[in-house]
Design a protein around this ligand. Structure first.
Ligand SMILES: [Zn+2]
Length: 119
């Protein structure tokens, strides 16, 4: 359904991941095999787009293609399926107002920086 390895630069608007048929593990990455048990019996799934911030840090100095984006909020977000992923939270102007437990929503998946969430 979704092929992320074809080199296209088009941002996708769905948050895709895989589910393992053997151990039921879900991850927010499209991989060739299960990262938990190694099974290749996996299926690409579309994850829920609402998540909760479980951990975050403010990055003041970006590097490479992220340099112009700094400062930005880098967070670990847990989706409604309890899948955790590292993501950038876009559109935050007041970093002091960010709290663990805040609800965020998937915005887009960027080819170079990965998933991006927003408030
Ligand atoms: Zn597995």
């Amino acid at each position: 359904m979704v092929n992320t390895s074809n080199g296209t630069m088009t941002p996708t608007v769905t948050l895709t991941g895989i589910v393992c048929h053997k151990c039921q593990c879900k991850v927010a990455e499209v991989l060739d095999g299960c990262p938990s048990c190694g099974s290749e019996s996996i299926e690409t799934i579309e994850l829920k787009q609402n998540g909760t911030i479980v951990s975050f840090t403010v990055v003041h100095v970006g590097f490479g293609h992220m340099a112009s984006r700094a400062p930005y909020l880098l967070a670990i977000v847990q989706t409604e399926e309890n899948v955790k992923l590292t993501t950038i939270i876009d559109g935050v102007t007041d970093f002091g107002s960010v709290k663990i437990g805040d609800t965020v929503r998937f915005k887009e998946s960027d080819e170079t920086i990965g998933p991006v969430f927003q408030y």
